[in-house]
Design a protein around this ligand. Sequence first.
Ligand code: KDG
Ligand code: MG
Length: 407
Amino acid sequence: MKITDAKVFVGGPKKNYVTLKIMTDQGIYGLGDATLNNRETLPAQYLQDYLVPNLIGMDPRNSEDIWQYFYRGAYFRRGPIATAAFGAIDMALWDIKGKLANLPVYQLLGGKSREGAMVYAHATGADLEDLMDSVAFYVEQGYKAVRVQCGIPGMPKGYAVPEAKGDNLNHITDYTGIRPKVEVWDTDRYMRYMPGALERIRERFGPELKILHDVHHRLLPREAAAFARAVEPVDLYWLEDPTPAEDQDALRLIRQHSTVPIAIGEVFNSIYDCNRLIEQELIDFIRVAVTYAGGITPVRRIVDLAGLHHVRTGFHGAPSHSPICMAAQAHLNAWAPNFGVQEYLVLGTPECDALFPSEHRMENGMVWVSDAPGLGVDFDESKAARYDYVPGSHPVVRLEDGTMWNY
Ligand code: KDG
Ligand code: MG
């Protein structure tokens, strides 16, 4: 069996999805997602210029060797551009493997460990009252877990919160141009306000709701340790990215001062970014994404390593990922013995569902994996032509005096 061709598409409804389609001499094709949020053209170019020309002629069934070939063979290894690109290849090869075996990918991984997998939604508000309405909306829809972010009094804009009350749109990507908007961050105000706000959410929604909060890398290690201790009474399901992930010893300081579960890893692109944190049991949830971490093959290894150390999965699932990545994660979630929760925001727009038809379902705050062979998601090329690449960017963050800070 041979790979005969591979095509890369960039575009989608309100999102620049990077979709890879690998064709074979047996008529079976596989799909992969290489969407690197707000840098989408780069993995697309890497695929087109370097990976696809080498892929043609290979036997698609040898997904392990092909992964090693692109990983070890690159010399300049890793980095999210490369891993998103060969991650898409890996997903597409698992898709082909499942279609050849006439089995859904979760069966190739070891079968189902559960029927539905719990997901969490993003509740957000310009202020706490607004956030409460947003949480209530998701609770009414049947969500058991909700991430909560809200505006801080005196700070014009926080992470992933709207400027105007009642507005609950995606505030991460700005499509007005390639130059990022500037957000201003004030750690003191955040530290004073947020623990009390989280306690009020707990009081209003009771003990059952799983409450998650994302600090988005903004605190220094000592501040993060103090914050984690201050939010102990809230009984958070997790505290995400309390400090920038580069300084892994920072997590030790947080651990010494608090038992709040820590989730980290959405910016990791290799097992070597997380093995120390997992082996030293400095985190509770590993947040890698199948796209950014290089595909199903390496993420399965990360999940197994995490399982040895009581670390559960909480795969990244911001709207940045296409339904193909989310499908790959749905299969891993169905199988993973150490599954925790899945972030899930991609479903819902009719245009997106039409571009990527699938039978994966989201109901009552759970995702139900499709039983179709392979990844169980298709791609309607005839609709893809409608969507052009639209440049967008994450905001950048500065302190009040202008100092650059972590987004
Ligand atoms: O591209 C950046 C976003 O995916 C990120 O800001 C989302 O932190 C995020 C999350 O937890 O979903
Ligand atoms: Mg996050």
